[in-house]
Design a protein around this ligand. Structure first.
Ligand code: SAM
Length: 322
């Protein structure tokens, strides 16, 4: 059963348009196949490679995309590694990254992504990863655990949360998602317990990012995507929190810069050419209608860039919002 609603499908389709001759699209985070299906439906000669680190969600995509099987290849892979291993000439027309996890993971994976479920605290997207969320929570040095919560969750109460975790894990190891959520809720000051978001939101986000090395994947994936895009090829990235969005924004800004000489030099010595042209200066966000139909889209930001055919003539680095 499909549970995930694709985010900003119209905005993605409007900004990632394949060539009339067909084109090759890599959906690096195919999930349950929502975006992929929209592309395959709209463009009858488009070929698609769909990647996902999670073998079980790929089964859902495989069934959904079966009417397009002759144009579709689904691969269980981490996108950073897959794109890095791509050694054919640059011939990829479109690349999409719809980051993070799917509603499927909260509702159907049984791997401890939801606060209110008595599920094993695992959080690995791929069973090939060596460390689970329970390993981090029970075995990490307290300073390292606080660092994870602070860096990957921007959790201001990291120290208080970790000292409560350490006290509780000494009694009995923390192995379930619902127990961890209750421990975090008990550790934060009262005013954090009555907000719209659960007090354990940032802790869960941080553990998930650390377990799946999500930010490393993103940095590698972006660099490799630029390498393998065809001239005029486009990349679209949908992010859901500021850590991811900052990485994409800085990467696009850096790659859309022509000259990399120190700013005080009066004349350009490097002769640098931009590797990307920005298609979206400010990121696109979901419409009010979409947010009311699908609250998960509230924090989504879509940024799009294009690999220039010759010297770029579009938006410049200065046009990326600060
Ligand atoms: C937001 S969902 C994608 C939803 C999909 N676009 C749709 O419309 O149905 C993100 C998916 O990316 C996968 N994922 C996250 N990081 C990944 C990575 N580094 N490599 C491969 N897959 C990844 C997750 O397992 C999840 O299924």
């Amino acid at each position: 059963m499909i549970v995930h609603q694709s985010v900003m499908p119209e905005e993605v389709l409007a900004n990632l348009v394949p060539p009339e001759t067909g084109g090759l699209f890599i959906d690096t985070t195919v999930g349950e196949g929502g975006h992929a299906e929209a592309f395959l439906q709209r463009y009858p000669t488009l070929s698609l490679i769909g990647l996902d680190a999670d073998a079980s969600i790929l089964d859902v995509a495989r069934e959904r995309l079966s009417p397009y099987a002759e144009r579709t290849r689904l691969v269980k892979a981490w996108f950073g590694a897959f794109l890095a291993a791509w050694d054919t000439p640059p011939a990829v027309d479109l690349i999409l990254m719809d980051l993070g996890i799917s509603r499927y993971h909260y509702e159907a994976s049984g791997r401890g992504f939801s606060f209110d479920r008595d599920e094993t605290l695992d959080m690995r997207l791929g069973a090939d990863l060596p460390v689970t969320a329970a390993d981090l929570v029970n075995d990490s040095d307290p300073a390292d655990l606080a660092d994870i919560l602070f860096r990957f969750g921007e959790e201001g109460n990291a120290r208080a949360i970790v000292s409560r975790i350490v006290r509780e894990r000494e009694k009995v190891p923390i192995t379930s998602a619902s127990r961890l959520a209750a421990i975090v809720a008990g550790a934060v000051p009262a005013q954090f317990r009555h907000r719209r978001t659960h007090p354990a939101t940032r802790t869960f986000q941080a553990l998930r990012i650390a377990v799946n090395r999500e930010l490393e994947q993103l940095e590698t994936g972006l660099a490799e995507a630029v390498r393998i895009l065809a001239p005029s090829g486009r990349i679209g990235v949908i992010t859901f929190h500021s850590l991811e969005d900052r990485i994409v924004k800085h990467f696009f800004r850096e790659k859309s810069r022509e000259c990399t000489c120190p700013p005080e030099w009066p004349i350009c010595q490097c002769g640098g050419k931009a590797a990307l042209r920005l298609v979206t200066g400010k990121p696109l966000t979901a419409s009010e209608g979409e947010v009311s139909r699908n609250p998960a889209s509230r924090s989504a930001k879509l940024r799009v860039a294009e690999k220039p055919r010759v010297a770029p003539s579009g938006a410049s680095a200065a046009e990326v919002d600060a």
